[in-house]
Design a binder for this molecule. Structure first.
Ligand code: BEZ
Length: 259
């Protein structure tokens, strides 16, 4: 999926994306100084956090806008442009880390991405990540779908939110050993009085292709109002996030006892 990012707004209003990523960092037990790729590094905040933990971190992202912010924020660090489903590194790394990225990749391209990650890792290397899992933003997408349907339109949920079982199977098929997996609810506070509207405007673009600005605004307002009683609590908006957090390893090459 291709998306043009408003990099400044993303960084100012949606900083929880990288704040929450630090829980994923705790899964990494690669040796200090090890080389780590931050896959889909966005504005580079977590690439910097990896460096602060002693790793030699490199960020890779497809968005030139976000890379510009990353390079300006963290001069001296390495950020490269690349497609998560079609990249190759000059040298293999000890770990690949990723936060809040894989739900943007279509189901059909996940195998390509996992093949690239497997190839990028040294034997024994770690792969730790978190992204939207099964049921993520279920209420938000249901409210949008209802507003589309009232207009005789079909809402196509544009993200990939797999179950633990589905993703573990893909990892194993790609040659990984699954070491840890958890799917958990994480209601996430959004910024400001229009937090939910801003979230939809920022992240839900593809379903509105071909719909005029006026109708789009009506649909979003209608969905926001429908969600007020569920997702607005004590004067704050919350998004109904569900996270899939996993750790996998590229197995060390086995030495055969028969040789
Ligand atoms: C997420 O982090 O779960 C997410 C963010 C934006 C759109 C879809 C999912």
């Amino acid at each position: 999926m291709n998306i043009r990012w408003d990099a400044e707004k993303y960084t100012s209003n949606f900083s929880f994306v990288h704040r929450y990523g630090s829980g994923v960092l705790d899964l990494l037990d690669a040796g200090a100084g090890g080389a780590v790729l931050d896959l889909g590094c966005g504005n580079g905040a977590l690439t910097k956090a990896l460096q602060d933990r002693g790793f030699a971190a490199v960020g890779l992202d497809a968005s030139e806008e976000l890379l510009r912010v990353a390079r300006a924020s963290y001069p001296g660090m390495e950020f490269v442009r690349g497609d998560a489903t079609d990249f190759a590194l000059p040298a293999p790394v000890d770990a690949v880390f990723s936060n809040a990225v894989f739900h943007w990749i279509d189901a059909e391209r996940q195998r390509d991405m996992l093949r690239c990650v497997h190839r990028a890792l040294k034997p024994g290397g770690q792969f730790v990540f978190e992204f939207g899992g099964s049921g993520n933003n279920r209420r938000i997408h249901a409210a949008l779908a209802a507003a589309f349907e009232r207009r005789g339109r079909c809402y196509r949920m544009p993200f990939y939110f797999p179950t633990v079982g589905e993703y573990a199977a893909l990892l194993e098929e790609a040659g990984f050993e699954v070491r840890f997996a958890v799917l958990f609810d994480r209601p996430t506070e959004l910024t400001g009085p229009d937090g939910l509207k801003d979230w939809i405007d920022m992240f839900v673009k593809a379903p509105f292709a071909g719909i005029g600005a006026e109708e789009r605004a009506e649909i979003v307002d209608e969905a926001v109002e429908a969600l007020r009683s569920e997702l607005r609590v004590d004067g704050k908006w919350y998004a109904d996030y569900v996270r899939l957090r996993m750790k996998a390893a590229r197995p060390k090459e086995a030495s055969s006892p028969c040789e």
